[in-house]
Design a protein around this ligand. Structure first.
Ligand code: GDP
Ligand code: MG
Length: 163
């Protein structure tokens, strides 16, 4: 069976953009509005010579923001338990938000290996956010630009021994 990678993180950090890049088709809807991917999506993905199944976790549109963390937690925990490795993505330009810190707390107890990914890291604007992310206690962040395809070789190097 193919190894399974889950992409998790709060809405709008770029999960579906990375999913689309790894799958190579426009399968996941990408939108400027947060939380536009309604459903969990799965597809076969590739990164250099690695083949895997990739899970894109959704956000929820039209939902009471107060119920978002609960729904995200359910979905995040389900994705992680199905996965061999999880990519926890934050927006390195924005830096950490309370929801990122809450997700990091859910992740600390899990057995699934976590790779911390600082997305939107093209250019210098991401540097403060990348430094700030060390306080999550999830190790070194991988700077990535899902949109521009930067950092994919570094992601590969971390993924390869885990899957
Ligand atoms: P999701 O809600 O986490 O699935 O996020 P999306 O993939 O839908 O992306 C949300 C927004 O961030 C879209 O406007 C994307 O074009 C943008 N985005 C995604 N990746 C990058 C990136 O590497 N750099 C920048 N600057 N924007 C990005
Ligand atoms: Mg999405």
């Amino acid at each position: 069976r193919l190894p399974v990678i889950a992409i998790i993180g709060r809405p709008n950090v770029g999960k579906s953009t990375l999913f689309n890049r790894l799958v190579g088709k426009k399968l996941a809807l990408v939108d400027d509005r947060p939380g536009v991917t309604r459903d969990r999506r799965e597809a076969e993905g590739h990164l250099f010579d690695l083949d895997f199944k990739i899970i894109d976790t959704a956000g929820y549109e039209d939902e009471d923001p107060k119920s978002l963390p609960g729904r995200m937690r359910q979905q995040t925990e389900r994705a992680i338990s199905d996965a061999d490795v999880a990519l926890f993505m934050f927006d390195a330009r924005v830096g950490l938000t309370p929801l990122d810190e809450e997700i990091a707390r859910w992740l600390r107890g899990t057995e699934t290996p976590i790779i911390l990914v600082g997305n939107k890291a093209e250019g210098r604007a991401a540097e403060p956010g990348l430094y700030e992310s060390y306080k999550l206690g999830l190790g070194d962040p991988v700077p990535l630009s899902a949109e521009h395809g930067e950092g994919m070789a570094d992601l590969f190097q971390l993924l390869q021994p885990l899957i």
